[in-house]
Write a protein that binds this ligand. Structure first.
Ligand code: FES
Length: 481
């Protein structure tokens, strides 16, 4: 098939979705005029297709391959590895029912069985909707959870969590029946309490308001960082010994100093908010409840590492977090807090938000390896570092003299009060259990999935991991519910 006949197989809607993401070729041809630097637009283009059309056709993959000068295998590899995408025609409305561990502990197995009886088997279209079992949706504190995505222009989304069969079917048939989502603070049982640093603004500010952020000490750290300059920021972070919350928990300063010293430019800063670990959702809560803090933290890290460009890699299943962080970035740009010559300082930094393709099905929940070592060209062939949201969000408190000895734990399963808890590093499971109100009445804790690893019997006096996603799913039996 030549390129012209392949292009006729491409629908107008598919072409429009892709062309919104990829700049038009100056030559007007579909197979040239783009350099390797456009390759990072593959995932955004796939999202645009999926959002608008609901699935990704062979013709669309082929068009993308030629527009981006990527091999068909590379394009197919990315498109086929993401749980949100479908390479087969399907209805525009897709009901994703979580089959992750927190949801299995709270009834999703029964929910799915009943859906099979009422809607038919999973992955089979019925009545304009298709339902499918999904990896963790990151709504674990409200388990069992379901998410409805309806393709179109614009895409529509609705959440049903905690989910019952009737509520889930009702929302799947008509998204307008979905109840409004609770605010981010509902996921922080101790919101507004004492001794919170990383979570101190959740529930205390309007996340869409830059004024609220400024009135609660926001951007004090950036002003301080601009006065200090790169070398002094690095010295402060090094002397603090601040550990990374991701990977192996190495000192943050180590990777910052290596990146800052790289002669090759540009340097890239990546914030990994693509929480693919089952039952981890703290990033979502931070991005929904305190998005300016993430923007400020990335800006300071960029100044310290000499990075002029950053990426925030966000989970595809987080439509509300996408909205809040997108609005925060826009407001920060408008006020000169992002972009060229930030606040007249001579420093420039801007960031792009990139959605991931959904948690990877079948991927074992476990701590990831070390972030990319910045001595190697790791992003677009250039030096880069990657940090989690939780690691970055500790930077402004560090520069303003607040304590940084805490970390976040995502308590789900049969905890009486599931949610995100900020506790001292080294906290034991027993302490988390006490703070979260113990177990649900009538259920006896017998095991836990901690950072994706099954622990049985429970050792209540052992410290929880200081790094990794901080997920703790409390279980009472091996059988799924
Ligand atoms: S939303 Fe179900 S396990 Fe996370």
């Amino acid at each position: 098939m030549d390129s012209r006949s392949r292009d006729t197989a491409l629908s107008t809607e598919e072409r429009a979705a892709i062309d919104v993401v990829l700049a038009p070729s100056s030559s007007g041809r579909s197979d040239g005029g783009f350099t390797r630097s456009q390759h990072d637009l593959l995932l955004p283009a796939l999202h645009a297709l999926n959002d608008r059309v609901g699935w990704i056709s062979e013709a669309a993959l082929d068009y993308l391959s030629r527009r981006l000068t990527l091999s068909a295998a590379e394009v197919f590899g990315v498109a086929s590895s993401c749980a949100l995408f479908s390479l087969r025609p399907r209805p525009r409305r897709v009901l994703h029912v979580c089959a992750g561990p927190a949801c299995r502990a709270t009834g999703s197995t029964t929910l799915c069985r009943t859906l099979e009886r009422r809607l038919g088997p999973a992955d089979r279209p019925a009545g304009g909707v298709i339902w499918q079992r999904s990896p963790c949706l990151g709504l674990c504190e409200r388990a069992p959870a379901a998410l409805v995505l309806e393709a179109g222009e614009p895409q529509r989304t609705a959440v049903s969590a905690p989910s019952t069969v009737d509520a889930t079917i009702s929302v799947a048939l008509d998204l307008r029946r979905a109840r409004p989502e609770p605010p981010a603070a509902a996921a922080v049982p101790r919101s507004g309490g004492e001794n919170l640093v990383l979570l101190r603004r959740i529930g205390q500010v309007d996340p869409a308001s830059l004024s609220d952020y400024l009135n609660t000490g926001g951007y004090t750290a950036l002003h301080h960082a601009l006065r200090l300059g790169q070398a002094e920021i690095l010295r402060l972070v090094r002397e603090s010994g601040l550990p990374s919350r991701d990977g192996a928990g190495a000192p943050v300063a180590r990777s910052w100093e290596v990146l800052a010293s790289q002669p090759e430019t540009p340097h890239y800063l990546v914030c990994d908010a693509d929480e693919t670990h089952p039952a981890a959702f703290a990033d979502r809560v931070l991005l929904e409840g305190d998005p300016f803090a993430v923007v400020e933290a990335m800006t300071i890290a960029a100044i310290a590492t000499g990075s002029r460009h950053g990426y925030l890699h966000l989970r595809g299943e987080y439509p509300r977090a996408y909205q809040t962080i997108t609005e925060a970035v826009a407001q920060a740009r408008e006020k000169g807090l992002l972009g060229r010559n930030i606040l007249g300082s001579g420093h420039s930094f801007d960031l792009e938000i990139r959605r991931g393709g959904g948690a990877y099905p079948g991927r074992r929940g476990e701590s990831r390896g070390m972030p990319p070592f910045p001595a190697e060209p790791v992003l677009l062939g250039k030096p880069a570092i990657t940090h989690s949201v939780e690691t970055l969000i500790a930077i402004p408190p560090l520069l303003t003299g607040l304590p940084t000895g805490t970390r976040l734990y995502c308590a789900t399963g049969i905890f009486r009060r599931p949610g995100v808890y900020e506790l001292p590093r080294g906290t034991t499971l027993g302490r988390l259990l006490a703070v979260a109100g113990g177990a649900v009445t009538g259920r006896t804790p017998r095991a836990a999935l901690i950072n994706g690893t099954l622990t049985r019997p429970l050792h209540l006096d052992r410290p929880l991991p200081a790094a990794g996603p901080g997920s703790v799913v409390l279980l009472d039996e091996e059988r799924d519910r």
